[in-house]
Design a protein around this ligand. Sequence first.
Ligand SMILES: Cc1ncc(COP(=O)(O)O)c(C=O)c1O
Length: 378
Amino acid sequence: MTPIRPTEARVDLGAIARNLGRVRAVVGAECGVYAVVKADGYGHGAVQVARTLERAGARAFAVSLVEEGLELRRSGILAGVLVLGAVYGEAHAEALRHDLTPVVNDLETVERFALAARRIQRDVVRLHVKVDTGMSRLGVPVDELEAFLDGVARLPEIEIVGLATHLASADAADPAPTGEQLRRFEDVRAAVARRGIAVRRLHVANSAGLVRFAESRYDAVRPGLALYGHAPVPEVAVPGLEPALEWTTRLVALHEIAAGTGVSYGGTFRARRRSRIATLPLGYADGYPRAASNASEVLVAGRRAPVVGSVCMDMFMVDVTDIPEAALGAEVVLVGRRQGPRGPVEITASDLARHAGTLHYEILTGISKRVPRVYVGE
Ligand SMILES: Cc1ncc(COP(=O)(O)O)c(C=O)c1O
C-alpha cells in the first residue's frame, strides 16, 4: 500500500555496504565479520540489510533470536547465521534444520541440541560457546568451564567450533575492564586448547572493541552499530562511516498562538511570545521518544526548530516562529542532514538520543513498525 501519511525512514543500503568495507579496512582481510543484524537490523530492516551485505561478500550474520534467524532463512539468506541470544525454547531441532549456528551458555542447552540432532538424524552439531568474562549477562562462568567441557565431551555429536565472549566496556574511557576481560578470555582459550579442541572461530569484539582493542579482533569481529554508520561513542569511530538512516516527515498543521498559550498535553510548554506552532504526524508510537518533549529539535528548511510540549502518541509540535519557509507540507527532518542558510546542519541519532536521555542504539531500534522503511542506494 502506498503510505498515506508522509513519515518515513529512508535507508541507504549502499552506505551500509560501504560501512562493511570500512570495518574490513580496519580489521584486515584475514579477520572474519559477523554482521550483526539483530533487532531488525538495528531498525533498518534485517532482510534488506542482510541481502545487501551478502551481495557485498558478507559470509556470516549474527542475530539475537532464533526467530530472527528463521526470518533471514525464509528470505533466502544462505550465509552463516549465529544466534547470539541463546534462547532456544523448544526450537533446537528447528534451529538445526535451518542451519542456524547456536551459541550456547550452559550444558543443558548443549544436551538438548544433542537430543535434537539424534531426533533429526544429524551426526554432528557445530556450535559456539560463549563464556562470561565480565559482562555477567550470558556465558559459561569461567570457573565452571572445565565442568562444562567435561559434559560436552560426553556428547559425541557435539563439536565446539567457536568460542566467544562479549565486552561490557569497550567504549568506556577506562580500558582496564576490557583488558581484564581479554586476559580472562586468553585463559579460557588456553584451557580449551589444552583439551585439544580445535576452535575455528574466536570472536569477541563489537564495534567499539574492534576499533579500540586490536587484540580483541581474534578470528572474527561482531560489529552492529558501525555497519549502520554510527560510532558507539564519538571517540571510538571506524573512519569514514556514513549514517545509513534518515528519518523525515512533513508538517501537517500550523497554528498561530498568543503569548501564554499552552502546547500539548498538560501545557508543559507555554509560548512566551506570539508563536507559530507546527504539528508533525508522528509520536512515541512511532518511536519518537516522549522523553524528547521540550528537549530535542528538528530541521525545517535547513533550520533548527525546537520540540515544544509533550510528544503525544501520534503527533508532536515544534516551534517554527522563526522559520518563514515552514508552510503546510514542508519537509521536516527528525534525523538527517540538510543544507541550511548558513551551511550544512544535521541532527544525528545520537543528538536525538542525548536530548531524550538515551542511546542512539535505542533510537534506531525503537523506530516502530508503522514507520515505512524506504530503501535507496542498492
Ligand atoms: C553479543 C553481541 N555481539 C555484538 C554486538 C554488536 O555490538 P555493536 O552494535 O556495539 O557493534 C552486540 C550488540 O549488542 C551483542 O550483544
